[in-house]
Design a protein around this ligand. Sequence first.
Ligand code: KIV
Length: 278
Amino acid sequence: MSATSALRPVLPPDIRARKGQVPLVVLTAYTTPMARLVDAHCDIALVGDSVGMVLHGLPSTLGVTMEMMILHGRAVVRGLTRAMAVVDMPFGSYEEGPAQAYRNAVRLMVETGAPAVKLEGGVHMAETIAFLTRRGVPVMAHIGLTPQAVNTLGGYKVVGRDAEAAGVMADAEAVQAAGAFAVVLEKVPVSLSARITQTLAIPTIGIGAGAHCDGQVLVVDDMLGIFTDFRPKFVKRYGELGTAADQAIAAYAQDVRARRFPGPEHGFADEAPKGPQS
Ligand code: KIV
């Protein structure tokens, strides 16, 4: 059970009010069964555009479409009773300007039922964030390493070291002033994320940004260890589900080849049983 109210679904003002309180717990989710698991323990289920890489095998998040976000957003919302869904705005769906962003954010909210969206960018997205928040679209901002800008950044690098620090601080202040209810800090140096967290009145949610943030987010497949060959430094693995799944599939394959599966207990008799049907 998380620290936000257990009596009704969590909404953006509840998240905003958690500044400086018990840390916010956020995981990604892309499917209904995973949303159910996340719902039991987390404050936010983030339908991240990481879905493109995690579930669809894309090389980056750039190929993710509105249709993909709507499909996965709907699936996640169906699995939630209390945690809040936040749906990522995909690359190309908001950068043209406030009107395009508003149109697509409303589509994401209406077609998924999620009460909030997330978009990447700081100072240069502040006008768009203000346009959305003044019109009933709660926005979670995302600064530091912004994966949709991987090609201009030149890789998935730490953002905010040395001379870059002032720019990341300015981004944080700009998204807050524009009305964001929370901000994700990705791969920001620990001392800078501590300073941003101290400076802002809205919660910071870190990923690879140290322990001082007001909350933490991870890609659920990473922390469950579903990928055996992907171990970023900032991820703590709480499970080894990839290895467990590999062992289970290998055992199934051996059983089928050796005719050990299915056994008599998995088959159906000619005559219907007398008791409750199985
Ligand atoms: O898409 C995503 O999963 C994200 C998190 C990594 C913050 O944006």
